[in-house]
Write a protein that binds this ligand. Structure first.
Ligand code: ADP
Ligand code: ADP
Length: 232
């Protein structure tokens, strides 16, 4: 297993109030899989993603990436761990308007001291793959939402992460653009990348080969997409 989510429970405690956001969530993700976690608003998707992303910690249980217990990573190394092992794609793109698109994509590499020729090589590869070569010298505010999401996907891939985490990646996009972004994610997966995506969108979830359904913090159903569907 690349990712092992082991009996996760998450309780939020705020001023006497207690919310159980996740209950005994337990599943694994194999290398190369595209898994969607689907559920309504409030079902616990973002909490699960945040814990997997090391942005938050579980109340009980643990998560391992390649056998490494995330809770055992020293806090000093967390930022580096995220940058080198994980890629992130968010609903609101999270690209920086003060940098042009090329610099946005390269940012994780700059922070990791990757040599310049290696940076250029990876930039060329990832830009061609995601279809953004003509956008590199523009700024995020000069391009469309769908194009911005492509930039964000390129940035997420540039460090060749072990796991790509996506939180409602099509949540701010119209239907046609959403389809294009889902196509990009599917080809990213077909190129061998492992993806875990959380979404309330049936359409987005149906792009994944495997869908876990979550409700009230509990995974209650799991579906593997058949061959017939994948041709559709
Ligand atoms: P989803 O992403 O599926 O909308 P969330 O993971 O955001 O669900 O939320 C799951 C539950 O946990 C909800 O009841 C939500 O209100 C609650 N919750 C999420 N984050 C916090 C927090 N920081 N403090 C308190 N309650 C929270
Ligand atoms: P979504 O899950 O669609 O991204 P939410 O409205 O559930 O959007 O959550 C937005 C952010 O607010 C998330 O980071 C979540 O952890 C946080 N959050 C959600 N519910 C609460 C809450 N009751 N108290 C504090 N923070 C919350």
């Amino acid at each position: 297993m690349l990712l092992d989510v082991k009996h996760i429970k998450k309780v939020y405690r705020t001023r006497g109030n207690e919310t159980i956001a996740l209950r005994d969530v337990d599943f694994g993700v194999k290398e190369g899989e595209f898994v969607a976690i689907m559920g309504e608003s409030g079902s616990g998707k973002t909490t699960l993603l945040n814990i997997t992303a090391t942005f938050d910690e579980p109340t009980e249980g643990k998560i391992e990436l390649n056998g490494q217990d995330l809770s055992k990573i020293p806090s000093k190394q967390i930022a580096q761990f995220r940058r080198e092992e994980l890629g992130f794609v968010f609903q609101d793109f999270n690209v920086l308007d003060t940098f042009n698109n090329k610099d946005n994509i390269l940012l994780p590499l700059v922070l990791s001291d990757v040599p310049k020729h290696e940076m250029e090589k990876r930039l060329d590869e990832v830009s061609a793959f995601v279809g953004i070569e003509s956008l590199l010298n523009k700024y995020p505010y000069e391009i469309s939402g769908g194009q911005r999401q492509r930039i964000a996907i390129a940035r997420a891939l540039i460090n060749q992460p072990k796991l790509l985490l996506a939180d409602e990646p099509t949540g701010n996009l119209d239907s046609a653009t959403s389809s294009q972004i889902l196509d990009v994610l599917r080809s990213v997966n077909e190129a061998g990348n492992t993806i875990m995506m959380v979404t309330h969108s049936v359409k987005a979830a149906s792009e994944a080969a495997r869908v876990l359904f979550i409700k009230d913090g509990k995974i209650f159903h799991e579906v593997y997409r058949g061959k017939a569907d994948s041709q559709a």
